[in-house]
Design a protein around this ligand. Structure first.
Ligand SMILES: Cc1cc2nc3c(=O)[nH]c(=O)nc-3n(C[C@H](O)[C@H](O)[C@H](O)COP(=O)(O)OP(=O)(O)OC[C@H]3O[C@@H](n4cnc5c(N)ncnc54)[C@H](O)[C@@H]3O)c2cc1C
Length: 465
């Protein structure tokens, strides 16, 4: 990076919050994906004014800027592939305002999802998107990825809760959106930022809608002797007009991995569905009865619980799938490839069957789990990452998986985003995306090279030697 640019940065940010040590740069080169690249400098801003000044300098000198929350992105979104500046947004972590009666709160982007929920739970409210990484991931990262999770089937994704944003674009700081629940007063640029993965501007403040917490919850664990039957069960539940607050699937690879790594004692089945219902106690009772009836021919066993400890334990098992998969086989780890496709709900059994065939064809292990209730499947490819041949087979399998997903009417990502690892399968017209990007970021400094701009193969900038 140019010396003059660095000098200017030291003039606007306290040097205690500027990091150039090699160890820091190395650590900030990772997110949770297969990719890695070192930035030239890491800066931890404390205010939107500071962000504005840094972006102005970066724009003047044409330096790439990559915003970073908790770095849990799974597709390389937070990896600075062309070096430049990492903006560590975790220092901007204040919950500025909570307005229960108006159903909104205003937060800085570095607020952690779980912390926001802790703060509003005491009023009987919650911010629902609920990603599996919710204990650590930040609001800025969630908006930029349109994160969601187990409860999206009933409560929607982050995009459904973004009312307004303060954004720093290369041309300066601006505000879009409102504090009102409805807004038809102009371009909804705040919505354009949802899923933009840091490629347009930096979010420095968010106004978010919040929801009342349901009075009661109950969770069912249903066992199946085939993963296809479990998929059919999902389509049947939804087809009967039931919308549970969560409807998760785990195949036998995932069940065994969780039991091995966490000792949770999940049933030894070919597939499990974890079904959560919420609402008033009478509604919960009614839903339990209906779902049990719907699944009576598909499930080999179904058990409900409303015991808090048991429910927490079951969710712990589900949330532990991703890290547990790396303990499944002795020399294999789970790599984030083909990890987040979305298909129409009725196509879930077809998709899972196809993934299994593809895995067999290429001699790799694929574990399938995820938010089956909204058609969002997470497959994880288990390979030995030090073996070049395994990567080649995985790359071919991934390509076939996405082709199958496309043929079933699905898309490459339901919630984890595009980054590098899913760039070849991005949804929508790439030329139009580039026009929007050019209009807002003419010098291409905002997280350059990602999404529609990535034109190479996906096994690139590998974190593994
Ligand atoms: C174990 C595990 C489980 C996960 N489960 C889920 C899940 O259930 N659902 C789900 O949706 N995702 C999940 N993810 C993916 C990831 O956690 C989410 O995408 C999360 O929202 C990323 O937040 P973050 O703070 O870590 O962002 P980062 O990884 O730091 O950044 C993500 C993207 O957002 C951009 N960004 C960050 N902050 C800003 C800002 N202030 N302004 C502009 N751009 C910004 C970055 O440049 C990057 O492109 C999971 C990841 C892991 C490791």
């Amino acid at each position: 990076m140019e010396e003059l640019a660095m000098k200017k940065i030291y003039e606007v940010v306290d040097e205690k919050r500027i990091f150039t040590d090699k160890t820091d740069l190395y650590a900030y080169g990772f997110d949770a994906s297969i990719h890695h690249a070192m930035p030239d400098v890491v800066i931890k801003p404390e205010s939107s004014n500071e962000v504005e000044k840094i972006v102005k300098i970066a724009n003047e000198f044409g330096i790439p800027v990559v915003a970073r929350g908790a770095g849990t992105a799974l597709c390389g979104q937070a990896v600075p592939i062309f070096g430049g500046i990492i903006l560590d947004m975790t220092g901007m972590n204040s919950i500025k305002e909570i307005h229960i009666e108006d159903l909104y709160c205003i937060v800085e982007p570095g607020v952690v999802y779980a912390k926001l929920n802790e703060a509003i739970a005491k009023y009987g409210f919650f911010f629902p998107p609920s990603p599996g990484s919710g204990d650590v991931c930040t609001i800025g990262g969630m908006i930029s990825a349109n994160a969601s999770g187990m409860r999206a089937i009933k409560y929607g994704a982050t995009r459904d809760y973004v009312l307004g944003l303060e954004i720093v674009f290369p041309h300066g700081k601006v505000r879009f959106g409102s504090k009102t629940l409805k807004n038809s007063a102009g371009y909804q640029i705040e919505r354009l930022m949802v899923g933009s993965e840091g490629t347009l501007g930096i979010i420095t403040e968010a106004t978010l809608r919040i929801s009342p917490l349901p009075k009661k919850r109950a969770v069912a664990l249903a066992s199946f002797d085939s993963v296809v039957k479990a998929g059919e069960g999902v389509a049947k539940i939804i087809g009967k007009g039931m919308i549970p607050s969560a409807l998760e699937i785990m195949d036998s690879v995932c069940i065994q991995a969780v039991n091995k790594a966490m000792g949770i004692g999940l049933p030894d089945a070919e597939a499990l569905l974890l079904i959560e219902v919420d609402g008033k106690p009478s509604e919960v009772r009614d839903s339990i009865e209906k779902i049990t009836k719907i699944l009576e021919n598909e499930a080999s066993k179904i058990e409900f619980t409303d015991d808090e400890e048991e429910m927490t334990n079951l969710w712990k098992g589900r949330k532990g799938v991703l890290p547990s998969l790396s303990r499944y086989g002795d020399d294999k780890v789970s790599v984030s490839l083909a990890d987040d496709m979305c298909v129409p709900i009725s196509k879930i059994p077809h998709a899972i069957k196809k993934f299994q065939e593809i895995a067999k064809k290429y001699g790799i292990i694929v574990g399938t789990y995820g938010h089956a209730g909204d058609g969002n499947l997470h497959t994880k490819v288990l390979i030995n990452p030090t073996d070049e041949e395994s990567w080649k087979r995985a790359e071919k399998a991934v390509d076939e998986i996405y082709k199958a997903v496309h043929n079933l009417g699905g898309i490459a990502s339901g919630e984890h985003g595009i980054g590098i690892t899913k760039a070849p399968w991005i949804n929508g017209d790439v030329e139009t995306m580039e026009k929007v990007k050019k209009a807002l970021d003419p010098k291409n400094i905002m997280n350059p090279g990602k999404m529609e701009q990535w034109k190479e193969g996906i096994i690139a900038f590998l974190r593994y030697k």
